[in-house]
Write a protein that binds this ligand. Structure first.
Ligand SMILES: Cc1cc2nc3c(=O)[nH]c(=O)nc-3n(C[C@H](O)[C@H](O)[C@H](O)COP(=O)(O)OP(=O)(O)OC[C@H]3O[C@@H](n4cnc5c(N)ncnc54)[C@H](O)[C@@H]3O)c2cc1C
Length: 514
């Protein structure tokens, strides 16, 4: 998936997309499928920003319904259905229980029942089951551990859950398969004489290239990039931090979507390899790396104590992460793609710079279609009907390799046929050496942390035991295609530092990654 950054120097393309999160990935894919020449760069690893730090829901958003944004909800629900069809290995139906306690926020139960019915109606043609009311006993049976005390009943409705980082990598993979050139660890630092200035973050080399236009998909850092281009004017983005805690995997498959007394909604979402609980919403400027502060840990543990019995304890927390939402600072018609996302066009050194503001994981394809309509003119969007290549081919839900790689499972199996590659790296995580080889050869992993944290993606975070990391490092040394730490101790120190920065106060002292 990765192009050698050195080949960008002195070159040109129609569109340079800055940012390899879900929005940049989707725009690159849409533009290249409509015939444009596209380069995409990210100053860090692909999908290492907000796009690996979400609640991992593919949903219409009940809260938009509350605000009367029916068109927005309808579009997100249509995208949900498309993703369920096009990416069945990564997007799965998710039953949700919404409990009623006398002091929980949200609206009155009768209004919520009405809202959830409207939500289901807006999902025209949905293949998901219809919502239903549950007694308190049925709610506890659906979500064991739900607080029985004062529980007045519940609603069950359906949405979808995903794995945000693998989804982003799958979109990038499809963009690359159709000719987009993608480089992680390449930063855009400015523009001079009409050429975009780039720095290779692996060796510090300065490069430049020409682009017909730039698409600013830097998410929470969109204003920073505008400044680097010398664009003045008011800030377009405001950022807020959302933290999640990861608990051990649960037995049941149903999630919780519950209103707290402070009116915020909390999710407890089961994944095969951990339970994602969140989130918080705290205004915070996007400087440095987002991390989980002590206040967020306490807030989330209190929320879980309100919803569950016995209440999860701090020692139960396996992993934690925080991300920045990038929200439009000003609302209004200027550059509006819909109520949630905007495309603002400015110029830097005579070159158009199109900045994406806002957007959801769920609606990445629809946003990309609108961006391409603005940039190339209205045209049929191939992505409406064409699945990314990882989503093509037979469904093999019983096969863990298919669940992790979709159609690329066949390629992984071919690597796993080599001697030694069919073995699990260790008992702590489910991955085979062959999957590490695939990550290094085909999925753009550059550093050891890319491999351990973002390609062998695990909800409970990477295993930090030497017994697991040593054999993985041997595979890394043998199969890596790019530079990276030459020495095991340095590679592991970098990985631990990344994990510690990500989890902040969210990991119990006993299993501290430092
Ligand atoms: C807590 C939380 C929960 C969420 N939950 C959901 C959910 O359940 N469902 C849903 O649909 N949506 C959800 N979202 C929203 C969704 O996650 C985001 O809309 C999406 O991930 C944003 O993607 P992005 O590509 O805009 O930004 P990012 O993923 O942050 O990507 C931006 C990229 O730009 C790169 N970059 C920045 N500056 C430069 C530069 N100068 N040069 C090169 N590269 C640069 C960064 O390294 C980064 O990788 C959630 C968001 C948050 C914060």
């Amino acid at each position: 998936v990765r192009t050698d950054p050195k080949t960008l120097h002195g070159g040109s393309c129609d569109f340079l997309v800055v940012g390899g999160g879900i929005q940049g990935a989707a725009v690159a894919r849409e533009l290249v499928l409509r015939g444009a020449s596209v380069c995409l760069v990210d100053r860090a690893d692909f999908a290492s920003g907000t796009s690996m730090r979400s609640s991992r829901l593919v949903h219409g958003g009940l809260r938009y319904l509350k605000n009367g944004h029916l068109a927005l909800v309808r579009e997100a629900l249509a995208e949900r259905e498309r993703l369920l069809r096009q990416m069945p290995h990564l997007v799965r139906p998710q039953a949700m229980v919404l409990p009623f306690f006398p002091d929980s926020g949200g609206s009155a139960p009768w209004l919520m029942k009405l809202g959830v019915r409207l939500y289901a109606m807006l999902a025209r043609g949905s293949t998901l089951p219809k919502p239903q009311s549950l007694s308190a006993a049925d709610a506890i049976a659906a979500f064991p551990g739900l607080r029985a005390r004062e529980l007045r009943g519940a609603l069950q409705f359906w949405d979808a859950a995903t794995e945000d980082l693998p989804l982003t990598l799958a979109i990038l993979d499809d963009a690359a398969a159709h000719g987009a050139r993608l480089c992680n660890y390449v930063e855009v630092v400015g523009v001079a004489d009409g050429a975009v200035q780039l720095v290779d973050r692996m060796d510090g080399a300065a490069m430049e290239m020409r682009a017909g236009a730039v698409v600013n998909g830097a998410g929470p850092h969109a204003d920073e990039l505008r400044r680097a281009f010398g664009i003045e004017g008011e800030e377009l983005v405001r950022t807020s931090r959302g933290s999640h805690l990861v608990l051990p995997a649960r037995a049941g498959a149903t999630a919780l979507a519950a209103f707290l007394p402070d009116d915020r909604i909390q999710f407890v979402i089961p994944h095969e390899d951990g339970t994602v609980c969140g989130t918080t919403e705290v205004e915070e400027p996007a400087t440095g790396e987002p991390s989980v502060p002590e206040d967020d840990v306490r807030y989330l543990l209190d929320a879980l104590a309100y919803l569950m019995e016995p209440a999860p304890r701090r020692e139960d927390v396996l992993f934690a992460y925080a991300g920045w939402r990038a929200l439009p600072r000003a609302r209004g018609p200027a550059g509006a793609l819909n109520r949630e996302a905007h495309l603002i066009t400015e110029a830097a050194s005579g070159m158009p710079v199109h900045t994406i503001v806002g957007g959801k994981l769920t609606t990445h394809r629809a946003l990309a279609e609108r961006v391409a309509n603005e940039l190339l003119g209205r045209g049929p969007s191939p992505t409406r009907t064409r699945a990314p290549r990882a989503g093509q081919g037979p469904h093999e839900p019983a096969d863990p390799l298919w669940r992790r790689h979709g159609a690329a499972a066949a390629l992984v199996r071919s690597y796993a046929r080599d001697p030694g590659q069919d073995r699990a790296i260790g008992p702590e995580r489910p991955f085979l050496h062959g999957e590490a080889v695939h990550a290094l050869r085909d999925r753009g992993a550059v550093t050891f942390a890319d491999l351990a944290l973002r390609r062998l993606f695990h909800t409970a975070g990477p295993c930090l035991d030497d017994a697991w990391l040593r054999p993985l490092y041997s595979t890394y040394l043998e199969h890596r295609r790019w530079g990276g730490a030459e020495d095991y101790a340095a590679a592991v120190a970098d990985l631990r530092a990344e994990v510690a920065a990500m989890t902040g106060a969210g990991v119990p002292r006993t299993s501290s990654p430092t």
